[in-house]
Design a protein around this ligand. Structure first.
Ligand code: PRX
Length: 656
C-alpha cells in the first residue's frame, strides 16, 4: 500500500513534517472484499443508536424469546434487550453445528512445547455439554459463581462456555496472578467451585498452578470442589472428596446438556480489574447486550469472513480481551481461531511468526508492548517466515506509538494490512473506539473514531466539551456491553465512573482530539498504571510492599518505559534498623499479587516527599523516576528529601 499512503504533505490541513500526520486510507483491494466500505453503519447509528443496536442483536444473535424494550437507562444503570431470553453457549456452539458447520475448526490450539490439538465446533459443543453436566454433578446451579484459574488451554474456553450453558457466572483469574490475588477474588465472588490445572507451560518449564490454588483456597470457605485439568503432568496433591480430575468428571458425565435460555440481563461473568484503591473491582457483565456488542465488534472491526479467516488473538483468557475476543465474540461469529499456550520467545524469538505461517493466520490481534518487544528482537525474525496470509492487524491495551504502528505495518503486515487500533476497557466489555478497516482512513497512533452506536466526547476539567486539543475521554450514552456494576459495591460503581462528570461515564483516560476529529488516547490520568497493557493500581503494589515486615512506607508510580509502556517504580522507607534486599521485596510483591506487578526498580529512601498536609507527592516521584527537572517543590514539607531521591535514582541499578 506504499503508493497509497500520504506522506507527501499534499493535504492542505496536514503538516507533513509531523509523523503522526501520515494517513492510510483503506486500499481498493481491501475495500472490495470488506464487509463495510462506506459510512452507512455510522449514518444508521447516528439516526437512532438504540435501533441500530437492536438490529445488530436481531441479526447476530439467536434469541429464544424476543425482548420488549431495547434499552432501559437509569443512569448509571442500563438494561439491554429487556425481556429477551437466550443462551450464550447455544449462540457460540449449537447454532453453528445446527447450520451444518460442525466440522469447521473452532480452535487450532498450539501448546508451547509444540504439541497441538484441532477442535471443531462439533467437538467443542460435545465437550462443553459434558463439562456442563460435570459442573451440575458438583452442585453448581444457575446464579452460582465458579472461579477459573487455568493456563491457555482449550479447557479454559470449555469451562467458561459450560458455565454460560447452565447460567453460572464465571470469574476467571489470570494464571499469572498469585495465590493471594486468587483468594481475594474467590472470596469477593463467593465462588463455590474452582477450576484449575496441575500446571501449564511457560518458557519451556511447567509452572505449578495447583500448588498456588491449594494455597489460595486454604483461605476460601465458600469453595466446595476443585476441578483439576491435567496439562503440566507435574505432581499434585488431590484432596479426596474436594478435588476431582477434569478428565474423570467428563468421562462419567452425561453427553447431553440442553442450553437453558437465560434472561438477557442474567450475570454472565465477573472479571476483576484494578482501580485506584487497593481492592480490585469485580466488573459485572450480563448476557444479551454483551454478546451483541462483542459479536458486532468482532465481525466488523476485524472484517471477519468466518468461512475463510484464521483469526488469532494473543491475549490470555484471564483478561477481558481473552473473554471478548477469544471466547465470546469469535465463537458467536463461528470463527476459526488459533489459541497459543506460551510465550513469544520459546523456543526462539520467531515463535509467533512460525505460528502465523503454520496456520495461515489472516487476522492478528496483539498488544503494543509485544510489538515493541518484537522491534527490539529485530525485523529479521518475522522475515524468516511467510506472513503473506495476513490481511489485517489489530492492537489493544495501551496507546500504540506511531513508530511501533509503522513497524507493525511494514514488518508484520507486509505494508498492505490495515491496522485497527482498538480502545476499550474491561468495563466497556467490547471495543468502543476503532477504525472500521474498509472505510476508515487511519493515522498511526490514533484509535480514530467511536464505532457506530457508541458516543464518546472529550471534555475539560469543567466538563466543557473540547473540540480540539487535550482533555478527558468520556462516554455519552449507554452501550450494550457496558458493565452493569461492581460486584457487591454499587456506591463504588457510581463514584468511580459516573461522579466526575455529570451524565457521563469517565473512562480514566486522557485523550486528544485533532482538527479532523481523530481521537488520540493519552493513557491513564488516575493512579492506575498500564504495564504491558495490564492495569495495575499504585495502591495495590504499595499495600503489597507495606505488608513486608521490613517496610514502613511505600510510594509507587508508573514511569514511561520504552517496552512495557509504563514501568513500576517503588520508593520505600524501611522500619527502623531493618534491612531487606531489593530482590526479596520484588519477590514479595510477586507473591502477593503476581509477577506482572513486580517493581522494575525499588529505591530505598529515609523519607518520602510529602505535602505539608502529609500527602505523598506522586507527580514529583514520577518526575524523579523519569529523570525530569523538578518544578515547584515549595509545597514540600522537607525539600531535602527530593534531592536525596534524585541522587539515589542516578545511582541505583535498574532491575530487569
Ligand atoms: O488506558 C486505556 C488502555 O487500557 C485501559 C483498559 O485496560 P483493561 O481494562 O485492562 O483492558 C485492556 C484491554 C481492553 C484503558 O482505560 N487502553 C486499552 N486499549 C487502548 C488503551 N489505550 C490506548 N489505546 C488503546 N487502543
Amino acid at each position: 500500500m506504499t503508493d497509497e499512503h500520504d506522506t507527501s504533505g499534499d493535504h492542505d490541513t496536514i503538516d507533513a513534517l509531523l509523523d503522526e500526520q501520515r494517513t492510510f486510507p483503506p486500499s481498493e483491494a481491501f475495500k472490495r472484499n470488506a464487509l463495510v466500505a462506506d459510512t452507512s453503519l455510522y449514518d444508521e447509528a447516528a439516526r437512532d443508536y438504540q435501533g441500530f443496536w437492536a438490529r445488530q442483536a436481531a441479526e447476530l444473535v439467536d434469541w429464544q424469546d424476543d425482548w420488549h424494550t431495547i434499552c432501559e437507562w437509569e443512569l448509571p444503570y442500563s438494561k439491554w434487550f429487556v425481556g429477551g431470553r437466550l443462551n450464550v453457549s447455544y449462540n457460540c456452539l449449537d447454532r453453528h453445528v445446527l447450520a451444518g458447520n460442525g466440522d469447521r475448526v473452532a480452535f487450532h490450539w498450539e501448546g508451547e512445547p509444540g504439541d497441538s490439538r484441532t477442535i471443531t465446533y462439533a467437538a467443542l459443543l460435545a465437550e462443553v455439554q459434558l463439562f456442563a453436566n460435570a459442573l451440575k454433578s458438583l452442585g453448581v446451579a444457575k446464579g452460582d459463581r465458579v472461579n477459573i484459574y487455568l493456563p491457555m488451554v482449550p479447557e479454559a474456553a470449555v469451562a467458561m462456555l459450560a458455565c454460560a450453558r447452565i447460567g453460572a457466572a464465571h470469574s476467571v483469574v489470570f494464571g499469572g496472578f498469585s495465590a493471594q490475588s486468587l483468594t481475594d477474588r474467590i472470596n469477593d465472588a463467593e465462588a463455590k467451585v474452582l477450576i484449575t490445572a496441575d500446571g501449564g507451560y511457560r518458557r519451556g518449564e511447567v509452572f505449578p498452578l495447583k500448588t498456588a490454588a491449594d494455597e489460595a483456597i486454604a483461605g476460601c470457605p465458600t469453595i466446595e470442589h476443585v476441578v483439576v485439568v491435567r496439562r503440566g503432568g507435574n505432581e499434585v496433591q488431590m484432596v479426596p472428596g474436594r478435588d476431582h480430575w477434569y478428565h474423570d468428571l467428563v468421562e462419567a458425565a452425561d453427553p447431553v446438556c440442553p442450553a437453558e435460555p437465560m434472561d438477557s440481563e442474567q450475570l454472565l461473568f465477573l472479571l476483576y480489574t484494578s482501580g485506584t484503591t487497593g481492592k480490585p473491582k469485580g466488573i459485572m457483565h450480563t448476557t444479551g447486550g454483551y454478546l451483541t456488542q462483542v459479536a458486532f465488534t468482532h465481525k466488523y472491526v476485524f472484517d471477519l469472513h468466518a468461512d475463510t479467516d484464521v483469526y488469532w488473538c494473543t491475549a490470555d483468557v484471564g483478561w477481558i480481551t481473552g473473554h471478548s475476543y477469544i471466547v465470546y465474540g469469535p465463537l458467536a461469529n463461528g470463527a476459526t481461531q488459533v489459541m497459543y499456550e506460551g510465550v513469544p520467545n520459546y523456543p526462539a524469538n520467531d515463535r509467533f511468526w512460525s505460528i502465523i505461517e503454520k496456520y495461515g493466520v489472516t487476522k492478528f490481534y496483539t498488544a503494543p508492548t509485544a510489538i515493541r518487544t518484537f522491534m527490539k528482537w529485530g525485523a529479521q525474525e518475522p522475515a524468516k517466515h511467510d506472513l503473506s496470509s495476513l490481511q489485517l492487524l489489530g492492537s489493544v491495551g495501551e496507546p500504540i506509538n506511531p513508530e511501533a504502528w509503522m513497524w507493525y505495518q511494514e514488518h508484520i503486515g507486509g505494508g498492505t494490512c490495515p491496522i485497527v487500533d482498538t480502545w476499550w476497557q474491561t468495563e466497556t466489555g467490547g471495543i468502543m473506539i476503532s477504525p472500521l478497516p474498509g472505510c476508515t482512513t487511519t493515522k498511526p497512533g490514533s484509535a480514530t473514531f467511536p464505532l457506530p452506536g457508541i458516543g464518546a466526547e472529550v471534555v475539560d476539567d469543567d466538563a466543557q466539551l473540547v473540540t480540539h486539543g487535550g482533555g478527558y475521554l468520556t462516554l455519552t450514552q449507554p452501550w450494550p456491553g457496558m458493565l452493569r456494576g461492581i460486584w457487591g459495591d454499587p456506591e463504588r460503581y457510581h463514584d468511580t465512573y459516573w461522579s466526575r462528570f455529570e451524565g457521563r461515564y469517565f473512562a480514566g483516560d486522557g485523550c486528544k482530539l485533532d482538527e479532523q476529529g481523530y481521537l488520540w488516547l493519552l493513557g491513564r490520568v488516575d493512579d492506575v498504571m498500564n504495564v504491558s497493557g495490564h492495569r495495575i493500581s499504585t495502591a495495590e503494589v504499595e499495600s503489597a510492599l507495606v505488608s513486608h515486615p521490613s517496610v514502613a512506607e511505600a510510594a509507587v508510580v508508573g514511569a514511561n518505559d520504552a517496552t512495557t509502556g509504563q514501568a513500576i517504580i517503588a520508593y520505600v522507607t524501611l522500619r527502623g534498623g531493618l534491612e531487606v534486599a531489593v530482590d526479596e521485596l520484588r519477590g514479595h510483591v510477586a507473591h502477593e499479587i503476581g509477577a506482572i506487578a513486580k517493581p522494575k526498580a525499588i529505591y530505598f529512601t529515609p523519607d518520602l516527599p510529602k505535602t505539608r498536609s502529609g500527602k505523598i507527592m506522586r507527580r514529583l516521584l514520577r518526575d524523579v523516576a523519569e529523570g525530569r527537572n523538578l518544578g515547584d517543590t515549595t509545597t514540600l514539607a522537607d525539600a531535602s528529601v527530593v534531592n536525596e531521591l534524585q541522587r539515589r535514582a542516578v545511582e541505583a541499578p535498574t532491575e530487569d
